[in-house]
Ligand binder design. Structure first.
Ligand SMILES: Cc1ncc(COP(=O)(O)O)c(C=O)c1O
Length: 298
């Protein structure tokens, strides 16, 4: 399969993805010992870049891994990667939207040591991929979701590359013909397998508060700012399984989904089974915001 954007960054060098090599002893390969970010890029401009860098630095800190780059260095790396792949805005033409994947692993060492050796050199990898274009009809119809028990560890706030539970949950959803698995722990909503879940109850948007149970979403903070600007009431508070099932609207938010409306949950309609009025307003505001920022500094 051809790569539309064939150049990647690996440990300080720009090279072809096909030629990029890391050691099989890399700890991300052996242990899932690494962290990552996925950054949307609209018309050549990374969206919420400072927030993604801050979360990456936090994830590194939480796993006691030195963030190998300052924000300025990450920005330079991303700029160079976009330019080399013909994805940077040059002022004349708007490049297609894409996303950047960044990964930092603890590095490689000989032997299979659970406790890492000190002073390993982190492996830094980044590549660009086409924006996952979604069918407008699907977007306006909404998506199906299934619920599942959240089987993950007690540090879901770290954006770790160890994603086996998330992978299995998403596969479970796909097997059921659904777009996402919405997770419940101890009878309460946590999040989706790769998304933040927002719920409209009594005209107010509720989102589980940040904690070890969920990833602090960058899209979530965009949604909260838009709700504020639109004067839509919202709060971070626990959502019970019963509240989830009787919600007027359910939304999924993530960097590459943006904002999806969930119109069926476990094959039952959510609200009237069509995207709700609040989703329409916030989704439209999101689209306006991302296009308004094009060409702005990041
Ligand atoms: C488990 C999980 N929760 C939430 C999110 C949403 O985070 P963001 O909005 O920063 O993409 C993601 C994104 O991949 C995720 O994997």
């Amino acid at each position: 399969m051809g790569e539309p954007y064939p150049h990647c960054h690996l440990n300080g060098a720009l090279l072809r993805l096909r030629e990029a090599r890391i050691s099989p002893l890399d700890r991300s390969f052996l242990f899932g010992d690494g962290v990552y970010e996925v950054i949307p890029v609209y018309a050549g401009r990374p969206f919420r870049f400072p927030e993604h860098c801050a979360r990456l630095a936090r994830s590194c800190g939480e796993i006691r891994l030195r963030d190998p780059h300052s924000r300025t260095e990450w920005a330079a790396l991303c700029r160079e990667l976009l330019e080399r792949n013909g994805l940077a805005a040059d002022g004349k033409v708007s490049p297609p939207d894409c996303y950047i994947y960044l990964q930092v692993s603890r590095g490689s060492e000989y032997g299979r040591n659970h406790a890492p050796l000190p002073d390993l050199t982190p492996t830094v990898f980044a590549f660009c991929a086409p924006w996952p274009e979604r069918d407008a009809a699907v977007r306006s119809r909404g998506v199906a979701c299934v619920t599942a028990i959240d089987p993950r560890w007690q540090r879901c706030d770290i954006k770790s590359v160890a994603l086996l539970p998330n992978v299995l949950l998403r596969d479970q959803a796909a097997q059921a013909g659904a777009s996402e698995a919405i997770l419940l722990r101890d009878g309460e909503l946590t999040e989706g397998s790769s998304s933040t879940v927002h719920v409209v109850i009594g005209g107010e948007l509720r989102t589980p508060p940040d904690s070890w149970r969920i990833l602090p979403g960058t899209t979530r903070s965009v949604v909260e700012e838009l709700l504020e600007a639109l004067g839509i009431p919202h709060q971070a508070s626990a959502v019970s399984a019963a509240e989830l099932r009787s919600a007027e609207e359910i939304w999924l938010a993530s960097a590459t989904r943006e904002l999806d409306s969930v119109t069926t949950l476990d094959a039952q309609p959510v609200g009237r089974g069509v995207p709700g009025p609040l989703w329409h307003r916030v989704h439209a505001a999101f689209q306006t915001l991302k296009r308004r920022l094009e060409g702005q500094p990041w």
